[in-house]
Write a protein that binds this ligand. Structure first.
Ligand SMILES: [Zn+2]
Length: 46
């Protein structure tokens, strides 16, 4: 079986809905919104 060429999305999946996150809008130190799905996510914190 040959390697299947799957479209490797460089976009990280939304942790909530699994949709590809195009943009993350950070609204606070620990708050953000993923676009275009609009889920509320938390940016990486150290
Ligand atoms: Zn989402």
């Amino acid at each position: 079986m040959a390697d299947s060429e799957e479209p490797a999305p460089s976009l990280p999946p939304c942790p909530l809905c699994g949709a590809p996150v195009v943009t993350v809008t950070v609204t606070g130190p620990e708050t953000g919104y993923a676009s275009p799905c609009g889920c509320r996510i938390f940016p990486d914190r150290t």
